[in-house]
Design a protein around this ligand. Sequence first.
Ligand SMILES: Nc1ncnc2c1ncn2[C@@H]1O[C@H](COP(=O)(O)OP(=O)(O)OP(=O)(O)O)[C@@H](O)[C@H]1O
Length: 269
Amino acid sequence: MQMNDQRDRAVALRLIAAGVVYPNGTRALHSTSLDFAEGAFTVLLGPSGAGKSTLLRSLNGLVPLSEGHVETSRLGVVRGTRGWREHRRSTGMVFQQHQLIGRLTAFANVLTGRLGHHSTLRSLLPLSPAEKHLALDALERVGLLEFALRRADQLSGGQQQRVGIARALAQAPNLILADEPVASLDPATSERVLALLHDICRQDGLSAIVSLHQVDLARQFADRIIGIGGGRVVFDGPPKDLDEAAIRRIYGGTAPTPVHATRILETTP
Ligand SMILES: Nc1ncnc2c1ncn2[C@@H]1O[C@H](COP(=O)(O)OP(=O)(O)OP(=O)(O)O)[C@@H](O)[C@H]1O
């Protein structure tokens, strides 16, 4: 897909002059405005500490904005506790470390994706058969129906991340935010998990914003790549425009460390 196609699409989500300063005074995101097109698979790339997680998490209020706004096509400018709750309910989040409850089954973990749809009191009661079907359907889509009753901590890393994707799908979201969803997986599993996420988003017309460390995966799957450096957008374009100069701009002259080298460094005492 070309950038022009993206411009022709409706805007699903908009970041307007948004910035983040953490309580310790660190400015992690300088004033940034971005439009995210309906149904597009957008990848955030950048070196460690660039501000990818901050930007991604600010999009659903997990990191509060210090200035600016988030606007969605459904809600307009997101405001107040109720507005953010409503926005989060329709935003599926996939995390690097899955954030599953290990002693619960895959099925029970996926069901937790439904809890945002209920009041605190109602969520203490069993979920409806329709919601259980939704959760099983989500597990089937990620190819894990046969593991539905297995404890999450007895699944492989790739399977756990697929449960994480199923949990996000069980929310029936309009938008998926994935914060380094494959950072803890080996390269082959990373590609499979990302292909799965990409295919599901495409089939359902879901907008996805995904932060990644791997340039090759960004090139393979993204409709649009946003490069972040020092809390600012330093590249924004389709994968075909991500040339060596753009990579230098994003990574500040130091080539991104290949995944296998990172793993050797991590596992060597
Ligand atoms: N809770 C926090 N309090 C203070 N500073 C923070 C906090 N979280 C992140 N930062 C700082 O904000 C900057 C951006 O961090 P962020 O986690 O968004 O980067 P990132 O690009 O996602 O990095 P990585 O790829 O290593 O996860 C960094 O300087 C980081 O140290």
